[in-house]
Ligand binder design. Sequence first.
Ligand code: PSU
Ligand code: MN
Length: 303
Amino acid sequence: MNNYLSISLEVQKALREGKPVVALESTIISHGMPYPQNVETALRVEQTIRDNGAVPATIAIIGGKLKAGCSPEEIEYLGRKGQAVTKASRRDLPVLLARKEDGATTVTTTMIIAAMAGIRVFATGGIGGVHRGAQQTFDISADLEELAQTPVMVICAGAKSILDLGLTLEYLETKGVPVIGYGTDELPAFYTRHSGFGVDYRIDSPEELAAVFKAKIECGLKGGMLVTNPIPEEYSMPKETIDCAIEQALREAEQLGIHGKQCTPFLLAKIKDLTGGDSLAANIQLVLNNARLAAKTATAMCK
Ligand code: PSU
Ligand code: MN
């Protein structure tokens, strides 16, 4: 273990006793939702994981420490500070640590810290991927590279169509990342259950998710696994509403010349504005749904 890693006592105990633990990211708190819904949701997600028999480990960088397990006070701090917390990807870690600064962890850095701590399962909302127009911009999320090299199962609701979903799947195939549909043959598109793209495999139980991941790890096949869990029907949004908002957000981003790490947060915030409270309500429900599946899968993995 390195000097920068700080695992909460509760998470340490669970890991030592072989109990199920689920990692959670903090970019979704600081950059993904407005205050105070971000804090309320983060705490509700933790409670959902407990209700389903696992211990939550919200991951973040606070004062130059890689935290695996944040207290409710730390979650409040990250949520209140919001966009002022650095969105931390792999390349940001060394500087934030040496300067003892804070960072909100993306899927990439949450996977890195979860793996350091010995946590195998991670629940979130959506992942980054190959952006539309990446043929010109080279904007491909570091999340895909992390899935290629770090042994953590990421449970998400698919990816938003701010991304080029077809190219994202091609990239994951090249990198050897299994893309699983939970109870579906189709890649879900975050707010909606359908994208028109197929997944590699359909799996219908937490036990099988656990068995597949175990086989991957035991054979020393590096990298993670992507589980895409569709938003429950009753919370999914009309496709036209969301497509329309995404197109407008992409146009504005292009006009304003938004690029690099600002790109995803800009598009997410714009979509939220354009769709009012509807998209936020859907976002909260899909994260809770992923937390439930992650807790059950982490439990199956411990058996
Ligand atoms: N996609 C979403 N919601 C999010 C993110 C992506 O639908 O909150 C966040 C995650 O933290 C993800 C990050 O890891 O954005 C990807 O950022 P980028 O595209 O800059 O790699
Ligand atoms: Mn990017």
